[in-house]
Design a protein around this ligand. Structure first.
Ligand code: NAP
Length: 331
């Protein structure tokens, strides 16, 4: 089998690629940059931007299956940039599947597509999309997910996975951000209640992609559906943050600020960053204030039922592996 992985040089994409190579599949990666680690694994690399339809069509040529993992992530940036990569890029991936006669597409979505700022306690995939979003990332990921699911047909089977808060060695988003802020003493709990959140160790999230792909064909249970993916071990958010900090030898977060103050700070920061065109990300946004103060954990029975997903690496085991990566000087 030959798989195209968009964003194969990224955090999640890199582990999907490694697992595909370990079982002997041929892999091609598509992204803007060149990623030397992929060359070492024997992965063919096509360079280009997702917003360039011809480049994506060319990259998919000769492939049997596509994992569309690449996206613009983050809490800040222009709507245009998020839209071009996440929505136009996904339209181009669908077009590339169609023009190359590819029958299977696995799309990496995000649980943030259903987040409206309030608590989500054990919800399943029947949870609707909200009417409005507080950031361009979830808004554009939701549009992309709907495009992908709408493209499911008798000749192209598609499925969308929603892994929640992926972490582990090699993480270039969540872990380094938490640890850098923790080391600088800049982290504050938002509120004091033990809001439960799901997270997922990166290898579990990657394995879910392979399992979903292996059981995907036109008319199969996963075709046309989306799935929450987690470690199925919800923990109070600040306990999880403190456990990640501990792997890096950083003291736990103890000080807190009221949720309403965090939200007001988010409004103020967004206003200032927009008005003054400040560079970098604001330290707080409305979306982040709501995410950190609310519960968000999910029911993963559908993924278990339709393609046999089960988290193989527990949070405890994952934290031990993360600790090793800190000791090895990865961060
Ligand atoms: N990390 C999480 O907690 C999390 C949670 C839920 C869902 N997800 C989803 O999981 C996926 C992977 O996330 P990740 O954390 O692994 O992100 P990542 O490490 O930032 O990887 C994304 C990859 O996409 C490529 N890319 C970005 N923009 C591109 C463009 N315009 N054209 C071509 N390639 C582009 C990047 O490579 P180049 O820079 O070389 O182009 C990068 O390697 C995303 O779809 C994200 O929305 C992540």
């Amino acid at each position: 089998m030959k798989a195209l992985v968009t964003g194969g040089g990224g955090f999640l994409g890199g582990v999907i690629v490694r697992m595909l190579r370990e079982r002997g599949d041929q892999v091609r990666s598509f992204s803007r940059g060149e990623h030397p680690a992929l060359g070492v694994m024997g992965v063919e690399q096509f360079q280009g931007d997702l917003s360039d339809r011809n480049a994506v069509i060319k990259a998919a040529s000769g492939c049997d299956l596509v994992f569309h993992v690449a996206a613009r992530a983050g809490i800040w940036g222009s709507h245009h940039d998020f839209y071009q990569t996440n929505v136009v890029g996904t339209e181009n991936v669908i077009a590339a599947c169609r023009s190359n006669g590819i029958a299977r597409l696995v799309y990496t979505s995000s649980p943030s597509v259903v987040f409206d700022g309030s608590d989500v306690d054990g919800a399943d995939e029947s949870l609707p999309y909200p009417d409005r979003y507080e950031a361009h990332y979830p808004a554009t990921k939701a549009l992309a997910e709907q495009l992908v699911l709408g493209a499911n047909s008798p000749v192209l089977a598609v499925t969308a996975l929603r892994p929640h808060l992926i972490w582990g060695p090699g993480d270039n988003h969540l872990v380094p951000r938490i640890v850098a802020k923790g080391r600088a003493g800049k982290l504050r709990r938002i509120g004091t209640r033990p809001n439960l959140v799901d997270t997922v160790y990166v290898d579990n999230a990657a394995k879910a992609h392979l399992l979903a792909a292996d059981s995907l064909y036109p008319g199969s249970p996963a075709a046309g559906n989306c799935y929450f993916i987690s470690n199925n071990e919800p923990l109070p958010l600040w306990e999880m943050v403190n456990r990640i900090l501990a792997t890096a030898g950083v003291p736990p977060v103890t000080r807190s600020i009221p949720p309403k103050l965090a939200y007001a700070a988010g409004c103020l920061c967004e206003g200032l960053w927009s008005l003054l065109q400040l560079s970098g990300e604001p330290p707080m946004t409305r979306f982040v204030a709501h995410e950190l103060a609310s519960a968000h954990w999910f029911n993963i029975d559908a993924a278990r039922r339709d393609f046999g997903y089960k988290p193989e690496i527990s949070i405890e085991e994952g934290l031990a592996l993360l600790r090793q990566s800190f000791l090895a000087g990865q961060y």
